[in-house]
Design a binder for this molecule. Structure first.
Ligand code: SF4
Length: 395
């Protein structure tokens, strides 16, 4: 898809999002394709370690090529990662190459622990468009605390090697990013809790020094960006709290057996049937007021995901967004249905309607998700707006 078409699509998406239209007469512009849901680490900010064995697997290359054939020329790019480490899929090179051959831009987010100069070279030659290295910590202590199972020096050396290979090949692609999660983060509203201004300033200075020293490792190498991100709560599975700087997993804490029962009962979606949702839509303001009262009058921002993307698990099931880690809102299955149909199917239209009226108080995981509680500009979370504009207009 060329840039002009993409900008036109972005305008259509924005209009549909701002008017909260239920039917979207366009193709999603970004698809998450989970090459693997397995992971070799136990990171603090990730809930992958809690996934049951039945949820762990790698995408089959036949299913992958079917998806790429269907989306080629229609999407802007694909994220070849989701809940696991994508380099664990042994077909990663032919998968990147196939998408590249079909004109689909590919992006990978990796923990960098499995990289080797040979694999680096193959990925670059296969036409990878973007690689983002997840490196949560500027110091050994911070990194290894956040990335349980990884060794600071080894991961750093792997990234440096990758950049050297890119430099040796004189390749313009891929765009290279180091992403660092900002530890000790709190969600909006509590950001200054427990920390005095002076202490904050000292911590800021110290961190700036650590960042400078860390970035010194990449002097003269083709590193394009460093992105500092706030952790997100994976649809409420993780509480990002300033509790001694630690994260804690909370859904069980908050809801105990309730959620356990739902999972055991195999409830993949908690979206109400269409008929019920229709009645709710007709009730309009009444339904909104009712839901707000039920949720302690909490107001939810509208989430952007249902208007522009889809997320495909390794086995072909399609979900509403990449925050739905446990797969609660299942929209369909790419091995049986067309992506176009899934993007305007009954469940996703119901979810758009619910976001329109703010009636998500009974929807897991949306009601617990930090995305609907972050600061927004024109309805879009500020933090993501910058990233979204950069990804879509500048790269
Ligand atoms: S609000 Fe719902 S759809 Fe949006 S990111 Fe969170 S879980 Fe996903």
């Amino acid at each position: 898809m060329n840039k002009l078409n993409h900008i036109f699509n972005l305008l259509r998406i924005s209009t549909n999002f701002w008017f909260k239209r239920e039917f979207c007469g366009y193709f999603p512009i970004r698809i998450w394709i989970e090459l693997s849901s397995r992971c070799n680490l136990n990171c603090r900010f990730c809930v992958n370690k809690n996934l049951p064995a039945r949820e762990k697997g790698d995408m089959d290359i036949g299913l992958y090529t079917k998806i790429i054939d269907e989306i080629a020329g229609k999407v802007f790019d694909v994220n070849l990662f989701h809940r696991g480490e994508p380099l664990l899929n042994k077909n990663i090179i032919p998968m990147i190459a196939y998408a590249n051959k079909k004109g689909v831009r590919t992006r990978i987010h990796t923990n960098a622990t499995l990289l080797s100069p040979e694999l680096d070279r193959k990925m670059i030659m296969a036409g990878l468009d973007l690689i983002s290295f997840s490196f949560d910590g500027f110091t050994k202590e911070e990194y290894e605390r956040n990335r349980d199972g990884a060794i600071f020096e080894k991961s750093l050396a792997n990234i440096i090697d990758f950049l050297k290979v890119k430099k040796d090949l004189k390749s313009r692609k891929p765009c290279t990013i180091i992403q660092v999660i900002q530890s000790g983060e709190t969600l909006s509203g509590n950001e200054k809790l427990g920390q005095e201004r002076a202490e904050q300033n000292r911590a800021k200075k110290k961190r700036a020094g650590q960042k400078r020293a860390f970035l010194g490792n990449f002097r003269g190498l083709p590193l394009d960006k460093i992105v500092i991100r706030k952790p997100h709560n994976w649809g409420g599975l993780l509480a990002i709290d300033k509790i001694n700087g630690e994260t804690r997993e909370t859904r069980e804490v908050a809801e105990g057996a309730n959620i356990e029962v739902k999972i055991k009962a195999g409830v993949k979606t908690e979206v109400k049937p269409d008929v019920e949702a229709e009645a709710e839509a007709k009730a309009g303001a009444e339904a909104k007021a009712g839901a707000e009262a039920k949720a302690g009058a909490e107001k939810y921002a509208c989430c952007t995901f249902p208007w522009y993307s889809l997320t495909v698990f390794y086995d072909g099931r399609v979900f509403l967004c990449p925050q739905d880690f446990e797969g609660k809102i299942c929209l369909g299955d790419v091995s049986r249905e067309k992506i176009e149909e899934i993007f305007n199917g009954r469940i996703i239209r119901d979810m758009r309607r619910r976001f329109r009226y703010g009636t998500i108080a009974d929807i897991v995981p949306c009601r617990d998700c930090d995305r609907v509680r972050r600061k927004t500009f024109m309805g879009i979370p500020l933090e993501y707006l910058k990233i979204f504009l950069r990804d879509n207009l500048m790269e």
